[in-house]
Design a protein. Structure first.
Length: 252
């Protein structure tokens, strides 16, 4: 029946077991990669959780201890999955893993976490992380992740320029129009105005003809003059006829 304990039940039992006083310590807020004040992530030393003799501990004690370690290292890479696999094995396999394999997986998980802090970090953080990675020691990894990382970030943030807000708007409206109106016409040399002379009247006044070779008078004035000429001819003919008759009477 003891093998049927699930990982969730073991974690619940782990919280019922009081942790060591050192694990309850809290850290002051620190700076993140963006130089913002945040709550520190605390990496616990799982060696402080092993308060029982692994050789003489019962199977239930081993599983409770494993659940406590799992809850304390849930933010680490690789390690939580390895612990879950061992919880599904036999008590002997779990006992052997807690005695030897756990330390190796924990070291690898801490090393990966240290390397992840170098991504996009400043020169001080990168140097501090590289120095710790060269040591390859659990204590050096824990000291860096809990304290050294935040101290190096403080130095990197000091060297960054502080952005001062500007009250001046980025875009100012312009009152002057961009296009000037073309109110005054521009006269180009190629465009010239041609003045067409108005034709003079072809009708010459009466009596203006003569030796200048002008055109004969036509129209209403011509008809009037023709009528006058015809009347004169009639009058002359009548006078001629009357005078001839009178002469004939004298002769007779």
């Amino acid at each position: 029946m003891r093998r049927k304990f699930t990982a969730g039940a073991l974690i619940a039992l782990a919280f019922l077991v009081p942790a060591a006083p050192a694990m309850a310590q809290t850290k002051a807020p620190g700076l993140n990669a963006a130089c913002q004040t945040v709550e520190r992530k605390v990496y616990k030393d799982i060696r402080e959780l092993v308060t029982i003799d692994l050789d003489t501990a019962t199977n239930q004690q081993l599983r409770i201890l494993t659940a406590q370690i799992l809850a304390a290292t849930d933010s680490l890479p690789v390690l939580p999955d390895r612990i879950q696999e061992r919880l599904r094995g036999t008590p002997d396999e779990l006992r052997a893993y807690l005695k030897t394999g756990l330390q190796t997986d924990w070291l690898i998980a801490l090393r990966i976490s240290v390397g992840q802090t170098m991504t996009g970090a400043g020169p001080n953080v990168k140097k501090a992380a590289q120095d710790v990675l060269d040591e390859e020691a659990v204590d050096a990894y824990l000291a860096y992740l809990n304290d050294g990382l935040y101290a190096a970030r403080v130095e990197d943030c000091k060297s960054q320029p502080t952005a001062t807000p500007t009250s001046r708007p980025t875009a100012t409206p312009t009152a002057t129009p961009t296009a000037t109106p073309s109110a005054s016409p521009s006269v180009s040399p190629s465009a010239t105005t041609t003045v067409v002379p108005t034709p003079a009247s072809s009708t010459t006044p009466a009596g203006a003809g003569g030796g200048d070779g002008g055109l004969p008078v036509t129209g209403a004035q011509t008809a009037t003059m023709a009528g006058i000429g015809a009347a004169l001819l009639l009058i002359g003919g009548a006078v001629f006829v009357i005078g001839r008759r009178r002469r004939a009477r004298f002769v007779a």
